[in-house]
Design a protein. Sequence first.
Length: 414
Amino acid sequence: MNWKLFIARRIYKDNEGGKEVSKPAIRIAMAGIAIGLAVMIISVAVVIGFKHQVRDKVIGLSSDILVTSMDEAQAYQTTPVVGGDSVMQVLRSLPSVSHVQRYASKPGMIMTADNFQGMLLKGIAQEYDMTFLQNHLLEGEIPAFTDSIASNKVLVSRTIADRLSLKVGDNLYTYYLENNIRARRLTVSGIYQTNFSAYDDLFLITDLYTVVRLNNWEKDQVGGLEIEVSDYTLLEQVNDNIRGLFDEKSDRYGNMYYSRTVEEVYPQIFAWLDLLDVNVWVILILMVGVAGFTMISGLLIIILERTNMIGVLKALGADNTAVRKIFLSFSVLLIRKGMLWGNIVALSFCILQYYFKIVKLDPATYYVDSVPVELNIGVWLLLNICTLIVSVLMLVGPSYLVSRIHPAKSVRFE
């Protein structure tokens, strides 16, 4: 065993009685490391989990890329574009495009005997990926929606169902205002909840055939096409390919195609998520500072306490560098133990939160009902390595205090 490390361990454990020396300083130093590392791991896990859950929820509502008409007549009802098999096949053939699905929308109103509610009827077809809706379905079932027959069934959100006192199997009457009032009776087949208020407050889901007829469109016209990509990091590249494909081109009815990414459709949400990265960096810097300064104070106390031992070592021929390495090795022992406890606390919290959702959130504000956590192994290892390296580097300067201790004077302290 290296003699410097051996002495460092002997400093950590007092020979007489096996008691730790300078317990308050050691405990404060280890607590600073443990608390700092635990806060960093939890903060990063929460931010990563939160960003991924919110992003996945927004994508689940509208997909990665939307292809609509260039001329948007209203906020929720767009001028249709041709979305036939040939257009969908061309889009599917593009690199990194994993799925293409059609949709159409129609704004209207729900009327009951004692209440009413504005809504947006969204029509989907048989190729629509039902995974997101299935994961958020609370009651009932999802009908087999198609583009060739009216199902007369609809999915409503828990928000709308509670406002209008609806339950699975109830009939609701919807009204659409154009040149005259059109009415359609639909049956509630299922109730969903996404906790995304902009969606839950408005959307009813039915078949594409019904919405196309309500809009008086041709059979091959749709409100838009939703495109999923196989790799989210290639989102902009795929969108550029789609724009190049439809650039300055129109369908046979003269309507221009327009492609947008989900980040362009919901810029305020993704800008908010990007701000979370700034918060994480602030937390990381503060916690590294806290951990580093507690270690510095602990090291200085230990050096002052061991002044006599330093004098003896120098009298025996040890130079300043060797003595500094002893105390740096001792500091690494403290840092490692503090990091161990920090990891235990952080991982325990992440596991408990992941499985039991202890800490709750208001879904109307945060889009999720509990604090999400996602532990990335690479990021976890990086935090541990950086914490060890930065903490040791911060101790290099204070360790030079040993060079100010002279053997002739220090032995008098005994």
